[in-house]
Design a protein around this ligand. Structure first.
Ligand code: NAP
Length: 276
């Protein structure tokens, strides 16, 4: 695990009132896509951040992009499948900031292909990252949250955790598991001031969409990008993939003190997508 710290924020600059001032948020998969947008959203509200992903260089770029925002930032390069590294990272962030108030379990991978083409290793890798990554991080932060009587855990699941999809059985299995885990952990922590909710995005314009393009190409589709545009037009009533900031807005609400009455929920945000 590599680490770097930096202060972000211009000394003496006037800052607007921030809802997360003094709080610390830990975001996995913060190096790009949805996690990066969530990091910006939380930092914009004054949170100190601990950014995590495997790619240290990309994390450093995200950290630079946060310069000028009020909180402090710690970047830790780690693989969420490594339970010991997750525990070490939480200990490091706790030592740096004093407490972890918010955990956003966002790191995830996708795999496209028919059920029959999935190797056992494909299922295992999806479960290792998408489910066990969430388990390792949550078990590392929860004792401190329970002890302090406050915490917000936001799991980035997927609409794939809510219904069936063709040609991504392993991914759907992993996201259904995250939705189930969200419900169970929420029940066990509700009386201790800790809320646990999941966000279930539909199609979001990130690198992960490349997985769909590669699958289309492998199926011999001549123009995968055009095929995906046509699919979005047909299935998503708003007519487009969501932007990462649209997911980050919901994550900010679930990460904030204002969401205290909501726990165990898995909220779909998908542009009104049709399941068929
Ligand atoms: P993305 O652009 O591919 O980003 C994935 C992030 O996860 C990256 O920061 C990546 O960082 C990190 N990551 C992957 N494996 C990791 C590991 N083993 N350990 C630590 N970090 C790891 O994807 P995204 O679209 O932003 O996806 C974010 C989350 O939203 C995922 O859980 C995904 O399943 C979910 N989601 C996405 C969509 C969509 O349409 N895009 C829809 C529904 C749900 P490194 O490469 O640096 O490790």
């Amino acid at each position: 695990m590599s680490a770097a710290t930096s202060a972000v924020g211009a000394p003496g600059a006037a800052q607007p009132a921030a809802t997360l001032a003094g709080m610390t948020a830990l975001v996995t998969g913060a190096s790009r896509g949805i996690g990066r947008a969530i990091a910006h959203s939380l930092a914009g509200q004054g949170a100190n951040l601990c950014l995590m992903a495997t790619d240290a260089a990309r994390l450093a770029e995200v950290e630079s992009s946060l310069a000028g925002l009020p909180g402090r930032c710690l970047s830790l390069a780690l693989d969420v499948t490594d339970r010991a590294a997750c525990r070490e990272a939480v200990a490091r962030a706790s030592a740096e900031f004093g407490r972890i108030d918010i955990l956003v379990n966002n790191a995830g991978i996708h795999h496209a292909g028919s059920f029959l083409s999935h190797e056992p290793e494909d299922f295992q890798r999806l479960l290792d990252v998408n489910l066990f990554g969430v388990i390792h991080m949550t078990q590392a932060v929860l004792p401190g949250m329970i002890e302090r009587g406050y915490g917000r855990i936001v799991n980035i699941a997927s609409t794939a955790g809510k219904w069936g999809s063709r040609n991504q059985a392993g991914y759907n299995v992993s996201k259904h598991a995250v939705v189930g885990l969200t419900r169970c952990v929420a029940l066990e922590t509700a009386a201790q001031g800790v809320t646990v909710n999941a966000i279930c995005p539909g199609f979001v314009d990130t690198d992960m969409m490349g997985s769909f393009r590669r699958d289309q190409a492998a199926r011999g589709v001549a123009d995968p990008a055009a095929a995906i545009e046509a699919m979005l037009a047909a299935r998503v009533p708003i007519g487009r993939a969501l932007r990462t900031d649209e997911i980050a807005g919901l994550a900010l609400y679930l990460a904030s003190p204002q969401s205290s009455g909501m726990t165990g929920q898995s909220i779909i945000i998908d542009g009104g997508m049709l399941t068929a």
